[in-house]
Design a protein around this ligand. Structure first.
Ligand SMILES: Cc1ncc(COP(=O)(O)O)c(C=O)c1O
Length: 389
């Protein structure tokens, strides 16, 4: 009951949810605390530890007293190395002033949506989509317009984007490789999105968190296309490629006027990334491509093992071309994906994420993460087959 004196929350948080995934994590911990063996396929963390060279770089930075304020947008050598990487690997024309270090890819995305969206604006979001994106858009008091990826790929990307657009549309969230579906957009598809963005004067917020995890096809950065670097904010993270989820290292690439906005948001939210972490990020960038590729092949083994198991258990699943998730249809277990996830967790002790948390287009599916030791995947598959068998 509202009274004049009641303490109340800022209204812009009214439509912002709190991760469902956390609730599943809590249930897994409770089951384990009760002595149960749980097959944990609900997560999204690399199977390997942060390499020692990266850890030692942080330790050296601490010992050398790199413990003071750093420039809020990132130390110069890091930004130079990031600009070089983005030019070389992503083919995005980038100067040092187009790069900002962020606290994970999450802060880059938060800043990007805050920089672009006004209250009442709309943002096109290919769906199923990584859950926090809906909250980031709503947190900017804007509205996510869900564009079914499967329909778009079948009927034509531009025509489908057109169908879901409104006069208030300002931005497109473009994630490739995609979480949760593993879809990797082709270069031709990127060109269609780019042409649509240019024609409609839209900003693209590109999320390339899984750029190094592509099994079929190749990763292609939309900002590398003509006329796109100036209208794209590309968000990257160290979490997935380098096994650095807990370090919270990421970066964004953008031109003006967006970079000034990103700088302000980073300055007033965290005043930059922790200084020793920036040295760890710098060391991570020295990882040879061959080492990154070796992890990709390890993931491919895991993907194939899980896919084979899902299909042997009678679940239909598209082959994910990228990232480290499989997204099978589980209507055989239950039409409602929340119920399906509950049944699998309670009765087979297999933890997954219900597809509906990734948007209406995810309903009828479950997300299985396979960034796990091979043995853990074997055991999960055996449990699944025994349960559905
Ligand atoms: C699609 C996508 N984008 C961005 C991120 C951000 O990762 P982080 O904040 O760890 O850098 C994630 C993490 O799961 C993700 O799945």
């Amino acid at each position: 009951m509202a009274t004049g004196t009641e303490l109340r929350l800022a209204r812009r948080l009214d439509e912002v949810g709190f991760s469902d995934i956390v609730q599943i994590r809590n249930k897994v911990m409770a089951l384990r605390a009760g002595g149960a063996t749980v097959h944990a396929l609900h997560g999204g963390e690399p199977y390997f530890e942060t390499p020692d060279a990266i850890k030692y770089a942080a330790i050296s930075a601490l010992v050398e007293n790199q413990t003071h304020y750093a420039p809020s947008s990132g130390i110069a050598p890091l930004r130079e190395a990031l600009a070089a990487k983005v030019n070389r690997k992503n083919k995005i024309p980038t100067q040092v002033e187009h790069v900002i270090a962020t606290v994970g890819g999450s802060q880059a995305l938060y800043a990007a949506f805050q920089a672009v969206l006004d209250p009442g604006d709309d943002a096109l979001v290919f769906s199923p989509y990584w859950t926090p994106i809906g909250d980031l858009v709503r947190g900017a008091q804007a509205r996510p317009l869900l564009v079914p990826t499967t329909t778009a790929r079948r009927n034509g990307i531009a025509a489908t984007l057109e169908q879901f657009s409104t006069p208030q549309t300002r931005a497109i969230y473009y994630n490739t490789p995609q979480n949760p579906s593993g879809v990797v957009f082709t270069r031709a598809e990127a060109e269609e999105v780019a042409a649509f963005a240019r024609a409609r004067n839209l900003v693209v917020i590109a999320d390339e968190a899984y750029e190094d995890l592509v099994y079929e096809g190749e990763h292609f950065s939309i900002a590398s296309l003509p006329g796109m670097a100036e209208r794209t904010i590309t968000c990257f993270t160290f979490s997935k490629t380098y096994g650095m989820t807990g370090w919270r290292g990421g970066y964004a690439v953008a031109q003006e006027p967006f970079m000034t906005a990103l700088r302000k948001i980073v300055l007033y939210s965290t005043n930059g990334v922790a200084t020793p972490v920036q040295y760890a990020m710098l060391a991570a960038l020295e990882t040879p491509e061959a080492a990154i590729h070796a992890h990709l092949e390890q993931y491919r083994v895991r993907r194939d093992l899980l896919l084979e198991g899902l299909r042997a258990a009678g679940l239909e699943c598209e082959t994910p071309a990228g990232a480290f998730y499989a997204f099978p249809n589980v209507e055989k277990i239950h039409r409602n994906s929340r119920t399906a996830a509950e049944i699998l967790l309670d009765q087979a002790h297999i933890a997954t994420i219900p597809g509906s948390v990734f948007g209406a287009q995810g309903e009828g599916h479950l997300r299985f993460g396979y960034a796990l030791p091979v043995e853990a995947i074997r055991e999960a598959v055996a449990a699944l087959k025994a349960f559905l068998g």
